[in-house]
Design a protein around this ligand. Structure first.
Ligand SMILES: Cc1ncc(COP(=O)(O)O)c(C=O)c1O
Length: 343
């Protein structure tokens, strides 16, 4: 159990400069009441929602590697893009505030057709402005990379030094943060003498899943990583995970083709659209809240948990399995979805 390649993985991570922004390691703890209720595998939670900075979430790990690059580039403003309730944008805004950079973002206003009345005033968007970020509007039909490049050109022409943080913090450097998550989780597994079979989480722009697959492979720890598609776009999620996985594989010297075989995307729990919730989403939110006081959000983490619940009921996950539910964050968005619970 103890002969995992921790040194090999930490050497690769340490090739990159890291700013300590979050509260790491995040807890890894059992969920006994949720496990008993489900009557299937033993469930543990890895609390990346509790990563600290700016209400936490998975992108803090990515930003620990992106921020030093922005600083090394001499930038004075971070640029990014996301939907109105983007957790990624909120974490970029928080990181910028923490290290004394400005933050400006392109806000996608038309990705979700029907929303609560105050969707555009509460939750993540409120926090973005509290952290001092400014925004302009864009459409989901626009090319995100092009919008960011144009924004950067415009700011350069007035003497600013912009640094582009890609949509979802999803690039090679951001995904190094998830190699680090694999390292941290494996250390906790050894310390707690656990035998984990699967790790399940909400997957979207791909960096989280790619980082975990490559990190566990380099360590030699046999944990299956299951990404729950939250975009209702299985092929798109797989494509994004694959692209980042290839970059990471090259970075750490592993065979990308073998790693690509390990990509598991489960499409059945997306509620049919990004930002929408259905009965399994609401059931997962309710169960985690009432049984473990673990808050999950309807856009990401509750869909991840709904996947775990559904795969257990189908018998894909067995009673003898030990599963980590990676809570990737997203909790600030719940205030924009109160109508799901009749509020
Ligand atoms: C709360 C939350 N969970 C999961 C994800 C998906 O992670 P990734 O984009 O790395 O696939 C995101 C992405 O924005 C997120 O905000």
């Amino acid at each position: 159990m103890n002969d995992f390649n921790f040194n090999g993985l930490s050497n690769k991570i340490n090739n990159h400069k890291r700013s300590k922004l979050g509260h790491f390691p995040t807890p890894l703890e059992p969920l006994p009441r949720l496990s008993e209720w489900l009557g299937g595998p033993s469930i543990f939670v890895k609390r990346d929602d509790a990563s600290g900075l700016g209400q936490g979430g998975n992108k803090i790990r990515a930003l620990e590697f992106l921020i030093p690059d922005a600083v090394a580039c001499g930038s004075d403003i971070l640029l990014t893009a996301g939907v109105i309730q983007s957790n990624s944008v909120r974490q970029v805004a928080a990181a910028a505030a923490k290290v004394g950079l400005d933050c400006h973002f392109a806000m996608i206003t038309d990705r979700i057709d029907e929303t609560d009345a105050d969707y555009a005033k509460t939750g993540n968007i409120f926090l973005n402005h509290l952290y001092g970020a400014t925004h302009e509007l864009m459409s989901i039909k626009d090319d995100k990379d092009e919008v960011l490049l144009k924004m950067a050109e415009r700011l350069k022409s007035v003497g600013r030094k912009p640094y582009i943080v890609p949509y979802g913090c999803a690039n090679l450097l951001g995904a190094i943060g998830y190699l680090n998550a694999a390292y941290e989780t494996a250390k906790q597994i050894v310390e707690q003498n656990l035998s984990i079979t699967h790790l399940i989480h909400a997957s979207g722009t791909g960096g989280t899943q790619a980082g975990l697959i490559v990190g566990f492979a380099l360590l030699g720890i046999p944990i299956k990583v299951i990404g729950i598609d939250i975009d209702a776009d299985e092929a798109g999620v797989r494509d994004r995970v694959t692209k980042i996985l290839r970059l990471l594989a090259k970075e750490v010297g592993l065979d990308a083709r073998k790693l690509e075989e390990k990509i598991i995307i489960e499409p059945g729990y997306s509620a049919g659209a990004y930002g929408k919730a259905d009965d399994p989403t609401v059931e997962a939110m309710t169960a985690s809240s009432r049984l473990e006081a673990l808050t999950t959000d309807p856009v990401y983490s509750a869909k991840g948990l709904a996947g775990l619940i559904g795969l257990s009921r189908k018998g894909y996950l067995k009673k003898s399995d030990n599963i980590i539910f990676l809570h990737t964050g997203g909790v600030p968005a719940i205030y924009a979805y109160r109508s799901l619970f009749g509020y």
